[in-house]
Design a binder for this molecule. Structure first.
Ligand code: CA
Length: 241
């Protein structure tokens, strides 16, 4: 087994079944990820105040709180990538998880290699978004908003501040980099082929609209191009911090 070095990505796992927690940690370690496991949501959130993970793997059925609640609190505290791993195969949970900013959803029983592949693909997406950034401390001005990349916040010209999850920020960056161009779901998520039933992009787009648009039902900034994808309308000015 490879021993992960101290610079490798850190993954937090919240899972109340010790055997499953151990299986996840072992699989991640084999592929060079560091991880810390927690049996309760509270324990994970307390630790996340001191150490910040790159990604969190969240079980939904936890002894002290619902995994979706952990996800919501974690996103408020420290936006990071998140994967939901659960025995609950409900559509509501899936949509709700993505609404709350999860990047992916895997149902138990799972294949450890599949889990690691998902974790890698999520982290790759984030690294790509970060690496292609003109200046990680800067931001962009568009449509009456200033997007601060480092702080994952949007500030309106009248001073309103809105925070974004890491997943939303990555999506917004993709749109801002190519304004007034139609971008397919695949381009937006950075994958070659996407499950046509995967609505995660659409869910994130609607979250962004609720934060950005005056009327999310009649969007003027992020437009839907039916059968093709989405486009960000307007002028984008990149600024360095
Ligand atoms: Ca459980």
């Amino acid at each position: 087994m490879n021993t992960p070095d101290k610079d490798s990505p850190l993954v937090f796992i919240v899972e109340d079944e010790p055997d499953i927690a151990r299986l996840i940690a072992t699989s991640l370690a084999e592929y060079g990820f560091r991880s810390e496991t927690f049996g309760t949501g509270r324990a994970l959130l307390a630790r996340a105040r001191k150490v910040q993970p790159e990604l969190a793997i969240l079980d939904l059925g936890l002894p002290d709180m619902d995994g979706l609640q952990v996800l919501r609190l974690l996103q408020e505290q420290h936006p990071c990538a998140a994967l939901i791993l659960t025995g609950r195969d409900g559509l509501t949970d899936r949509v709700l998880g993505l609404e709350l900013g999860a990047d992916d959803y895997l149902v138990k029983p799972f294949e450890p290699r599949e889990l690691v592949a998902r974790v890698r693909s999520i982290l790759r997406r984030y690294q790509k978004a970060a690496a292609s950034e003109p200046d990680a401390h800067g931001g962009a001005r568009f449509a009456g908003w200033h997007f601060d990349i480092g702080r994952l916040t949007l500030t309106s010209d009248d001073g309103r501040e809105v925070s974004l999850s890491a997943a939303e920020a990555a999506l917004l960056q993709s749109l801002l980099k190519r304004p007034n161009k139609i971008l397919t779901r695949e381009q937006l998520i950075g994958e070659r082929e996407l499950d046509p039933f995967d609505r995660s992009i659409d869910v994130r787009i609607s979250r962004l609209r609720r934060k950005l648009e005056d009327d999310p039902q009649d969007p003027k900034i992020i437009k839907t191009v039916y059968g093709a994808g989405y486009l960000l309308y307007g002028t984008v000015e990149w600024v360095t911090g």
